[in-house]
Design a protein around this ligand. Structure first.
Ligand SMILES: [Zn+2]
Length: 333
């Protein structure tokens, strides 16, 4: 009797071990493309596949189901994690806040639709929150009191992790840090319809707006960058700054001041252990300079103890984070 019981429990252990090794499919749904890969132990298996994002909610759902079925031909999946732009009710898996990049997406019951069609457990999360979760777990920062992950891309996204858990707020909208008001003179219109959001200054779009302002009325004799108006590319301006172009340097410095402004507000609000910077603009950040600016603009006890790290997961953070939340939910459930 005892030995039969222990054989049973051994079988359960083996069953659990096999399950623990099974990957979840991570999907990162953006406005222009959908990235997708199986994920186990914070690593993508193989190269993520990328397909263009189709127009309309029904077409997006069909594409997601197609990607899942394709992945199932090669892998036994334990579940699916989907990171999407927009505000997500993570209990029901419904998109409750629309995003300009995915028109008609709000109101879609992603979890219900995909679970019904694939039979797999599905977790849906905001893309910046999923990326934040992946970064914190991958960097071994789960025991920290508070970590703020900032995605500096075309816009700015964010995720707030407290003691290894995402802080979602009262209405699932915590971490919409790109829309913190950072100026009071209604100078720049944000894509959300409000004026002077942090992302109108600190994002890639904000960088280009600053470059445009500082290059207006400048001649090509003063800087060759003037020839790149009306929309000077970020990499060209940063390269010129590296080579000593004074106006380019002024643009890059102003952008660092803008990034610093949001970080300082968050530092004083949350007193985090550290910030993790990811997204397409992360490679243009001079981390020593940014840290110096933050210390200068923060209350002494807040700024000096802050760490600012660059992302460890890079472009795959959304895919890894979404899949890892799905896996962790399955373990917890
Ligand atoms: Zn905004």
């Amino acid at each position: 009797m005892t030995s039969a019981k222990s054989a049973d429990s051994q079988n359960r252990d083996i069953d659990q071990m096999l399950k623990d090794k099974m990957p979840a499919l991570g999907i990162d749904l953006g406005g222009t493309k959908i990235g997708c890969a199986p994920v186990a132990d914070f690593k993508v298996i193989g190269e993520p596949s990328k397909v263009p994002t189709p127009k309309g909610a029904e077409n997006i759902i069909n594409t997601l189901v197609g990607l899942i079925e394709e992945a199932r031909k090669k892998h036994i999946l334990r579940g699916v994690g989907i990171a999407t732009a927009g505000i997500v009710d993570t209990e029901t898996g419904e998109v409750i806040g629309s995003t300009g990049n995915l028109p008609g997406w709000a109101g879609t019951h992603i979890k219900k639709e995909i679970e019904t069609r694939t039979g797999l457990p599905v977790h849906v999360d905001n893309d910046a929150n999923a990326a934040a979760y992946g970064e914190v777990k991958a960097l071994g920062l789960s025991d920290k009191t508070c970590v703020v992950a900032v995605t500096l891309g075309t816009g700015i996204g964010g995720g707030i992790i407290m003691k290894g858990q995402l802080f979602r707020g009262a209405h699932y909208a915590a971490g919409e840090i790109g829309h913190m008001r950072s100026n009071l003179n209604n100078h720049r219109l944000c894509t959300c319809g409000l004026f002077d959001c942090w992302e109108s200054y600190g994002s890639g779009r904000g960088f280009r707006a600053t470059a445009k302002e500082l290059l207006t009325n400048v001649t090509v004799d003063q800087t060759p960058l003037a020839a790149l108006l009306p929309d000077p590319p970020v990499d060209k301006v940063c390269a010129a700054a590296q080579e000593g172009d004074i106006i380019a340097k002024r643009i890059v410095d102003a952008w660092h001041e803008h990034v610093c402004a949001g970080i300082v507000t968050l530092a004083h609000t949350l007193d985090p252990d550290c910030f993790i910077i990811s997204g397409g603009m992360a490679k243009f950040v001079d981390y020593d300079f940014l840290k110096e600016l933050v210390i200068d603009k923060c209350l002494p006890r807040v700024g000096e103890r802050l760490d600012i790290h660059r992302s460890s997961l890079g472009d795959d953070a959304g895919i890894i984070g979404a899949a890892q939340i799905a896996l962790d939910n399955l373990v917890a459930g």
